[in-house]
Design a binder for this molecule. Structure first.
Ligand code: WTA
Length: 592
């Protein structure tokens, strides 16, 4: 094992004694600390309460656009803007419980919209701006979204599938009509709107600033995020206002956020990390956040840390590996002295990356583990606990993690098995406040997580050492983790077979040093089509545009047939074993 890393921060951690906190932990105490008296709305706690306090003029959000434009937003401004958005939605007939999806680049309106939606008790569905029409259709159709907030530069994609979405009543378009401020990124000027479309700027302008925030039951839905499994379409994970307890305390104890911090979460709210730790959690703690609309670019990222004086930084292994690749010369050009704490999530954090972090930042990178389903960090490295490089750390107070076998028996240290979290009581399971309450409209798949009594099974395999540190091994299913994105092979296969030349497709994750995994597709062509480089490129582009830029296969291999089980299921495990030159395992179910 690598050497433990001890000195982690020069400030007193918010969680000074992990053992003690774990032992005596009570959610009730967190409730009291946050002053959580239901009925209450998360937006009142995360935004309005600060706007009414001495934090009124504190910067809530430093925004930087893709073209270098930037601005600051105070808690007061966030309150005002989100109120107007809430009123705009009410004017359009949105009511408590209705789903409002958000399909925007990482611009200010993305943040204010999500808050405005929560304020009127509607359910927000943030989506990546990289999504293509298929990905949009699946999510909007499944959730029965009534309204979509999008941007002039993206609306074309929704036009392609609107006919298939009977419940979608309004599309609100940002940047279509405004003489728009530089902030309304990439504003298209005057775009003629279609029937059903309205201008965001015009509607917001009409809407009053005063809004009576809807009082919510803690169990009322707050947001839905779609995530991938092995089979079927993406599942809509439903989270509720009660989540705020987990958001608040994990941000405080794991991210170690303090009043004077400038915090940067590099994730998009289309990913759960960006919603929970790039929006709600830090703001519940009254913290100033930075967000950057643009894509990854090593120099630009370092310059953001320097220019905004970022102190706490939550990012992902892929990004860290790309920074590492960019080389030490680039780091040296920037003054990164403001940084005091770095965290990572989404994939295994290689010890090599931690060593590199120690070298260039003089700081230890802290790995954290959680899932869309768990709604908050579940296993983590803490500033007060020595880090064992390569380990995800220890369970967050108030949760019990274990390695179990298929019958629910705990396995002794060192044995690999199913990573599971203890749950108690009937479903919807109340293991901890931010646990998902449902999969939208799919009770059957929801229950599949709880087939071992007393446990929530995560889909990951891991082991635990004798000191209680958890070590990630892999996914127990076929889900692909590419550059931090969770991609279901089934979604990609379904999109592939829609291409005119593709008869059948099998999709796997192939290990990749930079991205963790890349997507590789095995394709059988339809009669009359021949393999070629041009066709390969065409298919890649097709998926990139139809589905999402995250989900296109970087490698394609044409085949005469795809191995399948007798019942017709694609044997992805076999495709993978053959790709990696591993033993093929039990082939008794293989079709002749
Ligand atoms: C993987 C992410 C290794 C894991 C917030 C999990 C990780 C899935 C780590 C959830 C980590 C997340 N080390 N693997 N520190 N963190 N994962 O829902 O397979 O997009 O089950 O949420 O990411 O992905 P999701």
């Amino acid at each position: 094992m690598e050497k433990e890393i001890h000195k982690q921060t020069h400030l007193t951690p918010n969680l000074p004694d992990y053992k003690k906190a774990y032992k005596g932990f009570q959610w009730e105490a967190v409730r009291t600390e946050l002053g959580l008296v239901p009925p209450v709305n998360i937006a009142s706690k995360a935004v309005d309460q600060h706007a009414r306090s001495w934090r009124r003029n504190k910067v809530a959000l430093y925004w930087e656009g893709a073209e270098g434009q930037n601005c600051k937003y105070t808690f007061y401004e966030l309150q005002k803007e989100s109120n107007r958005i809430g009123n705009m939605l009410l004017n359009l007939g949105v009511r408590r419980g209705d789903r409002v999806f958000v399909f925007l680049p990482r611009i200010l309106e993305l943040y204010t919209s999500v808050i405005g939606i929560a304020k009127i008790g509607a359910v927000a569905g943030p989506m990546f701006s990289a999504f293509g029409p298929e990905a949009l259709r699946d999510r909007l159709l499944d959730s029965g979204a009534k309204v979509l907030i999008t941007h002039a530069s993206l609306r074309e994609r929704i036009h392609q599938v609107w006919d298939e979405l009977p419940e979608l009543k309004h599309v609100i378009v940002v940047g279509a009509s405004a003489p728009s401020a530089s902030l309304r990124a990439g504003s298209g000027g005057h775009v003629p709107l279609r029937k059903g479309e309205v201008s965001f700027e015009r509607e917001v302008e009409k809407a009053p600033r005063g809004l009576e925030v809807e009082d919510m039951d803690l169990e009322d839905p707050l947001y839905i995020l779609y995530t991938s499994g092995t089979t079927g379409k993406p599942k809509g994970v439903v989270h509720v206002h009660h989540d705020m307890l987990s958001h608040y305390i994990t941000s405080k104890w794991v991210l170690d956020l303090k009043e004077e911090d400038v915090y940067w979460c590099t994730a998009d709210p289309g990913w759960v990390t960006g919603t929970v730790y790039g929006l709600w959690g830090p703001w519940l703690n009254g913290c100033s956040q930075v967000t950057f609309e643009g894509r990854f670019e090593a120099e630009h990222w370092y310059s953001i840390i320097e220019r905004y004086g970022v102190t706490v930084w939550y990012t992902a292994p892929t990004a860290l590996r790309m920074l590492m690749k960019a080389g030490p010369e680039v780091v040296k050009k920037y003054n990164l002295k403001s940084l005091r704490y770095i965290l990572s999530v989404g994939e295994p954090l290689n010890p090599e990356v931690i060593r590199w972090g120690m070298e260039v930042f003089g700081l230890c990178i802290h790995d954290t583990w959680w899932q869309t389903e768990t709604g908050a960090i579940m296993i983590a490295n803490y500033p007060s606990v020595p880090v064992r490089p390569g380990s995800m750390g220890k369970p967050f107070p108030g949760t019990e993690a274990a390695i179990i076998d298929g019958k629910g028996h705990k396995l002794p240290p060192g044995n690999s098995g199913i990573l599971a979290l203890k749950v108690a009581g009937p479903l919807p399971t109340q293991g901890w406040p931010s646990m998902m309450r449902a999969l939208w409209g799919d009770e059957k798949r929801y229950k599949e997580y709880f087939t071992i009594p007393g446990w929530y099974t995560t889909g990951d395999t891991a082991h635990v050492d004798k000191d209680g540190y958890f070590w990630f091994i892999g996914r127990a299913d076929d889900v692909i983790m590419t550059a931090g994105h969770r991609v279901g092979p089934f979604e990609v296969e379904s999109a592939l077979v829609e291409h005119r030349a593709v008869a059948e497709a099998g999709v796997i994750g192939k290990p990749d040093p930079e991205r963790g995994e890349i997507i590789k597709a095995f394709i059988v062509l339809r009669h009359g089509h021949k393999p070629s480089i041009e066709l390969e490129e065409e298919i890649k582009e097709f998926i990139r545009h139809r589905l999402s830029a995250h989900a296109y296969p970087r490698e394609i291999q044409f085949m005469d047939g795809i191995p399948k089980t007798r019942s017709g299921k694609i044997m992805r495990r076999l495709l993978k074993a053959r790709e990696l030159g591993l033993p093929e395992g039990d082939l008794s179910t293989l079709e002749d």
